[in-house]
Design a protein around this ligand. Structure first.
Ligand SMILES: Cc1ncc(COP(=O)(O)O)c(C=O)c1O
Length: 647
C-alpha cells in the first residue's frame, strides 16, 4: 500500500493495540520472527513462553518495550501492534483471511482521549417486458418455457416503468403445496452441523499450530473487550474448524441488547441491512476524533492520516475479495451506485443498438433498472435468464440465450428475495466464451461467503458496505484492471483529474478517475473495519454457522400449518421467504414486530421474481452470524400462534 505520509514526520508508535491474527503464514522463518517479536513483548511471567521453546528476542528497534499500563495484561492470542514488525510481512504473502492491520489506526493517539476498551479494533416498462407479465400467476412462465426477451422503449416514452397490469394478486396463499422437498428431511442436528469434524484429531506432526495465537492447554485468557474477537473464535490451526461462539460474537454488537416492544430485539432483517460491531462504530468515531481531513490534497498531518486510513480500507477490500490490486477497487455509495456507474461508463461506451444484455429473473431492482435505462438510451435489448419454480436459474436457458450479440451478463450471486445461490463461476465462464463481459452483484453474497473475484473470473463485482456489517453510504465496484483502464469517467470534478485547463481535463487512472469529489472517507474507513471484523471471525466459520441456522429454521418454518416457503433452491444462503394462509405478509411482519422480531415484509425490491412465483410480497427473515436458534424458536412460536388463530 502506498503511504501518503509526508517524509520525515513518522509519528511515535501507537499505544493502541490491535490484533494481528495470522492463520497461514508463508514460511517458518516468518513465523519465528513474528512469534519472537510477540514473546518479546509479553509481560514477564506470561505462562507458556518457556514451554514453547522459543527464545524471546529483545524488542525490535523502535518498538515499545512495555505496554501502556491501562491495557493490563495482554490476553492469549493477541499480538499488539507495535510488537510485530508488520512491515516484515509482505502484503502479498498475507493470506486472504489473515487479520490485517489495514484499518488499524497506527498513528499516535493521545492515550487520554481513547478510553480503555473503546479503542478501535485493528483496527419495465410493462409494455416493454414481453415475457413473464409482472402479475402472472405462478407457473405462467414454465421452466424451460419461452425465454423472456425484454425490450425497452425509447427513454422518456410515456410508459410507466413497472406497474403491473390489473389488480395485484393476493399474497394470501393456500396451504395446498406446503413444501415437502427431500432436503427438509433427515436434518442433521445443529451440533452435527456446527461442531468440528470428528476426524480432525490432533494437528499432524509438523503442521503449524500457531501456538502464539492460542495455547489449547493454557488457562482462558482474561476477557478483555479489546480482544473480544478472540473470545468468539478460538483459532487453532488453519485447517481446523474452530467452534463458533455466537454469544461472544453477540457481545460485539451493542444494538443486539435493545428491547423492542418489551422484548429483546431479534434482528432478522439482515438482507436489508446488517448491524454494526462495536469495532466499526468506534473506528468511525476514532476517524472523526483523530484523523478527519479531506484526502489526497493537503500536505498536513491529518490529511496524511485520513488518506492512509482511506487507502488502507481500499487495501482491506482488495484482500477481502481477492482482487489483484487496490487500483481495481472503486469506492461508491453502494451496490446500486456501483451498477449505475458501470452502466453509465462501460455501458455507454460499449453498448450499441441491437446488442444484448443478459440479467436473471432473480435480480434486485438495482440490477434491472440501470440496464433498462441503458437499453432505452442505446436501443440494446435486455434478456432474462428464467428460473424454475424453486427459484433456481435455468442454466440450459442461459446457454441458449448467449450469442455473439451478448455484450454483458449481469447476475446476482445470491438472490435477496429467495436466498438462491447462483453458479457464478459457470455463468462468468460461459459469458466469456460468448465474448461478453460479466458483472456479479455481490450485495447478498459477501456477508455470507468468502468471495474471490479472480477465481470467479468476474470483470465487475459490486457490493454494499452496510450489508457487510459496515456503514451505509459506502460500497465497492471491483473492476478488472484492464476493463477499468478502458472506461471513461462518469462524473467530473475534483480528485478524479490529473490536470485541468479551461480547454480540457486530463483524468487520473483508476480508481481515482471514478471517485469525483469528496468521497465518503469515514465510512470507507468503517467498511475497512467491518472487513477486518468478519475476517477475524473467518468467512468459512460464518458460512458454516449460518448454514446451520438455515437448516434449523427451514423445516420448522415449513411445518407450520398454512406456511408456504417461497424459494427453495438446493443451494441457498441465509434467506427464508414465506407466505402464510390468512395473513398478508405485512400483517405477519407487524405481529412479529410486536414480539421484538424484525423481518422484512414486502417485495424486497425484487418484484419480477416474486411475480414470477405468483406473489406481490413475502415475509422474509434473513439471518446473520449473530442470530441464534433461540431467536428462530421465538419466531417459530409466534408464527405457530398466528397459524392457530386462523383455524
Ligand atoms: C442483491 C442486491 N443487489 C443490490 C442491492 C442494492 O444495494 P444498495 O441499496 O445497498 O445499493 C441489494 C439491496 O438489497 C441487493 O440485495
Amino acid at each position: 500500500m502506498t503511504t501518503h505520509r509526508p517524509t520525515g514526520s513518522e509519528p511515535p508508535a501507537s499505544p493502541i493495540p490491535a490484533e494481528t491474527t495470522v492463520l497461514n503464514l508463508p514460511d517458518e522463518a516468518t513465523i519465528n520472527r513474528l512469534a519472537g517479536a510477540f514473546f518479546a513483548a509479553l509481560p514477564s511471567g506470561m505462562p507458556g513462553v518457556a514451554a514453547l521453546g522459543v527464545a524471546a528476542p529483545s524488542s525490535p528497534a523502535g518498538l515499545p518495550d512495555t505496554f501502556p499500563s491501562a491495557l493490563g495484561s495482554v490476553p492469549t492470542g493477541s499480538v499488539p501492534v507495535g510488537s510485530v514488525p508488520t512491515s516484515s510481512v509482505p502484503t502479498s504473502s498475507v493470506p486472504t483471511r489473515s487479520v490485517p492491520t489495514s484499518s488499524v489506526p497506527t498513528r499516535s493517539v493521545p492515550t487520554s482521549s481513547v478510553p480503555t476498551g473503546s479503542a478501535p479494533q485493528s483496527s419495465s416498462a410493462p409494455g416493454a417486458v414481453s415475457a413473464p407479465r409482472s402479475s402472472a400467476p405462478q407457473g405462467a412462465v414454465p421452466p424451460g418455457g419461452p425465454t423472456p426477451d425484454v425490450t425497452v422503449p425509447a427513454w422518456g416514452a410515456d410508459v410507466p416503468m413497472s406497474t403491473p397490469s390489473g389488480p395485484p394478486p393476493t399474497s394470501t396463499v393456500r396451504n395446498a403445496d406446503i413444501h415437502t422437498d427431500p432436503f427438509l428431511v433427515g436434518l442433521p442436528s445443529l451440533e452435527q452441523v456446527l461442531s468440528p469434524p470428528r476426524d480432525a484429531g490432533p494437528p499432524a506432526v509438523g503442521a503449524p499450530e500457531f501456538y502464539f495465537l492460542e495455547r489449547p492447554q493454557a488457562p482462558a485468557a482474561p476477557v478483555n473487550s479489546q480482544f473480544y474477537f478472540l473470545d468468539a473464535v478460538r483459532h487453532r490451526a488453519p485447517d481446523r474448524h474452530p467452534p463458533f461462539d455466537v454469544h461472544a460474537v453477540r457481545n460485539d454488537f451493542p444494538i443486539l441488547s435493545e428491547r423492542v416492544n418489551g422484548h429483546p430485539l431479534v434482528w432478522f432483517d439482515n438482507a436489508a441491512t446488517t448491524q454494526k460491531p462495536r469495532s466499526v462504530i468506534e473506528r468511525i468515531a476514532y476517524f472523526y476524533e483523530h484523523e478527519n481531513s479531506n484526502i489526497h490534497r493537503a500536505a498536513h498531518e491529518l490529511a496524511a492520516r485520513s488518506t492512509d486510513a482511506y487507502e488502507r480500507a481500499r487495501d482491506a477490500v482488495t484482500r477481502f475479495i481477492g482482487a489483484s490490486s487496490a487500483q481495481e477497487i472503486v469506492f461508491v455509495r453502494g451496490a446500486t451506485e456501483g451498477i449505475n456507474l458501470i452502466a453509465q461508463t462501460w455501458g455507454r461506451k460499449h453498448i450499441r443498438e441491437g446488442d444484448e444484455i443478459l440479467i436473471s429473473h432473480l435480480e434486485h431492482h438495482a440490477n434491472i433498472v440501470p440496464w433498462q435505462m441503458l437499453c432505452a438510451e442505446t436501443g440494446a435489448l435486455l434478456k432474462v435468464i428464467p428460473v424454475d419454480d424453486r427459484g433456481q436459474l435455468l442454466m440450459d436457458e442461459y446457454t441458449r440465450l448467449l450469442s455473439d450479440r451478448t455484450k454483458l451478463v449481469s447476475v446476482t450471486q445470491v438472490s435477496n428475495a429467495l436466498g438462491t445461490i447462483t453458479p457464478v463461476h459457470e455463468i462468468v465462464a460461459q459469458a466469456h466464451r460468448a465474448g461478453a463481459i460479466a458483472l456479479i452483484d455481490g450485495a447478498q453474497s459477501v456477508p455470507h461467503t468468502a468471495v474471490d473475484v479472480r477465481s470467479i473470473g468476474a470483470d465487475f463485482f459490486v457490493f454494499s458496505g452496510h450489508k457487510l456489517f459496515g456503514p451505509t453510504g459506502i460500497g465497492v465496484v471491483y473492476g478488472n484492471a484492464e476493463v477499468l483502464r478502458d472506461m471513461p469517467p462518469w462524473q467530473g470534478g475534483g480528485n478524479m483529474i490529473s490536470d485541468v485547463t479551461l480547454e480540457r481535463s486530463l483524468f487520473q487512472p483508476p480508481p481515482g478517475r471514478f471517485e469525483a469529489g469528496t468521497g465518503n472517507i469515514a465510512d470507507a474507513v468503517g467498511l475497512g473495519a467491518a472487513i477486518d471484523y468478519v475476517e477475524r471471525l473467518g468467512m468459512d466459520n460464518i458460512s458454516r454457522y449460518e448454514h446451520g441456522l438455515l437448516e434449523y429454521a427451514t423445516p420448522r418454518l415449513a411445518a407450520i400449518p398454512g406456511v408456504r416457503l417461497v424459494g427453495t433452491a438446493a443451494d441457498k444462503a441465509s434467506v427464508l421467504s414465506f407466505v402464510m394462509d390468512g395473513y398478508e405478509p405485512l400483517e405477519v411482519g407487524k405481529a412479529l414486530n410486536e414480539k421484538g422480531i424484525a423481518v422484512r415484509a414486502g417485495h424486497h425490491c425484487a418484484q419480477p421474481i416474486l411475480r414470477r412465483l405468483g406473489l406481490e410480497a413475502t415475509v422474509r427473515p434473513s439471518f446473520a452470524f449473530y442470530n441464534t436458534c433461540e431467536e428462530i424458536d421465538r419466531m417459530i412460536s409466534e408464527l405457530e400462534r398466528l397459524a392457530r388463530a386462523v383455524r
